[in-house]
Design a binder for this molecule. Sequence first.
Ligand SMILES: Nc1ncnc2c1ncn2[C@@H]1O[C@H](COP(=O)(O)OP(=O)(O)OP(=O)(O)O)[C@@H](O)[C@H]1O
Ligand SMILES: [Mg+2]
Length: 216
Amino acid sequence: MIILFANQKGGVGKSTLAVLFSNFAVQKRNRKVKVFDMDFQQSLYNKYLNSDLLENEKLYEVELANIPGFKSIKKKASQDPSQLTVIDLAGKMDDDNLIQVFKESELIICPFCYDEYSVTSTFEFCYVVKKVNPSSNIILIPNRVKSSVKYETLESVNQALGQFGELSSPVSDRIDFQRLTTSYTPETLVPILDPIFNKIFDDHIETESTWEAETI
Ligand SMILES: Nc1ncnc2c1ncn2[C@@H]1O[C@H](COP(=O)(O)OP(=O)(O)OP(=O)(O)O)[C@@H](O)[C@H]1O
Ligand SMILES: [Mg+2]
């Protein structure tokens, strides 16, 4: 199964949540995970190399990949259905090969923030993805939500984005997000993230039919 972390807006938490989701999948759901960093900035891959330097026990491999390389990633993923393939995309939409990526990824996780630019960008992104693949399964995660801020437009934003996919509960803005690695999730983040990731697993990844098909 291919799970994409994507949004054309930069800095919304794609790489951060891709790492946390992958850690969760291995540690809490016992899944085999392979991560591909498709961002030329290589932030996720660099995190992985740093974690390796510290000689932490590896939870999964991270590889660099480019968008045209998706074809072979997809082929490998379909040969091993028990493995989850997590892809961290760049915040750019200027490559025609992305059409295939959006068409053939089973799940698209799209973090966003409630500020105006992020919402507009996220809306455009979801619109394009749905145009390319009307049956795409998008999950929107509100990220960096500050408890001290009253988001006036929250309801209308949720409604507008909700037409493209399911909205998860919000992820708060916390300094602890700077401390995660590809082999470590800070304890303080667990109560925020586990319910969100568990729901994604139960509803979209290990639904009875897919789980049975994958374990046969
Ligand atoms: N919930 C959060 N609370 C606090 N900081 C966060 C949170 N989520 C992400 N961050 C921080 O925000 C910054 C941007 O996050 P990240 O790199 O994951 O975004 P991105 O969408 O992958 O960006 P890009 O488009 O540049 O790849 C990072 O410094 C990260 O630590
Ligand atoms: Mg990133």
